[in-house]
Design a protein around this ligand. Sequence first.
Ligand code: BGC
Length: 438
Amino acid sequence: MYVTWVLGFPTGKETGDFLTIDLGGTNLRVCWISLRGNENEIGIKQNSYKMSPKIKTGEASELWSFVAESLKTFIEEQSLKGTKEKPLHLGFTFSYPAIQEYIDQGVLQTWTKGFDIKGIEGKDVATQLRTAMSSLDLPVKLVAVVNDTTGAMIASSYHDSQTIIGAIFGTGCNAAYMDKISNIRKIRSSDEIKKLDPETPMAINCEYGAFDNARKVLPVTPYDDQIDAQSPRPGEQAFEKLSAGLYLGEIFRLIILDMHARHLIFTGQGIDKLREPYSIDTSFLSNIEDDDTPDLSTSAAEFQSTFGVSMTQPERQFSRALAKIIAIRGARLCATGIAAICRHQNISSGHVAADGSVVNKHPKFKKRWGRALGEILDWSQSEREERDESGEGDESQMGPIVLTSAEDGSGVGAAVIAAMTLERLQRGEKAGVKGTGE
Ligand code: BGC
């Protein structure tokens, strides 16, 4: 549970022009966001810069010079004008667990989602980025470090006042919500907190992908143990490794390999292509599950073309059942995380603004998530049906807490958070902000 120094929801009237960067997966996304104080009039210019896979496991200096060089290219491409006196303001979406004593710093606790860059854990990512930007003389001022979940919540609440939670169900999994600072025991005695009214709301980044790292609560399989042991950070992100997009296909692959080693499937066939770690992604799994041909020939064709194996009828059925059970477990765990926040906060209604490859690309995820949430929160069938916002029996839209598609968290969200921070500074409210924004 990490404090973010995002103090409350936006009014929707925030204005200004902001650079944003999102360092998350295979690309670095850079945006120029113009907020005009009206949700319908947000200007967005953007570009993505391909990050070489080597960077993910390389040295800090390579990462930061790639980020600073990409920013420089973007500033030139868009002819953005900033000076030392009037720098361009930057919101930096950094979607890894980072302790923030201030909104404009973040000390990385551990890499997640397969990243393993040396020299950053235990360090402030904002300082490292600032150094790289100043070595290129970029006229840029970093105003806020933002988690993707907080970005999703804030961007969505800019449009939708019923937003209660921002969630990511993608390569990783996590959520953020709002609490009043008097409830945040961890930092109650900090000097920065004492400057604030105890009723002030603050966004909390749960980092619940790390739930049960002690492995005392959740039942796990030998395949889960294998995923953990072979990951760059064994023992970390226990919950995420059972439920997030990066791992679902890998769990499937490990089970298939085991069944083959026990001579139960694909007997007599070479399965070398299936031995490549992380060669199966979530969309492969959902395609197998969604195969509605009577003899499951679509899955069979996909297996043949991707992995060079041919499948018997029972093997096709087994693969489909396996893809299904892995996806169901993942979706239901994703619902438990949200249910836990709702119970903890006594939240009985509202919108969970979600983003990420699993919720966006796995067609059955939402329904399973919605059903599990209702079961955990004990909604009656009539309570669900009465409030079916979709009118179509879509279980993620039934009941008092529904799933919505998050607005652009790492672009608009990071910009709105930067705008809120600058507004606070202008009012002389410096709590939780280290720099001056100038
Ligand atoms: C990270 C979180 C992030 C989530 C979703 C996790 O691995 O630790 O900070 O919000 O992935 O991207």
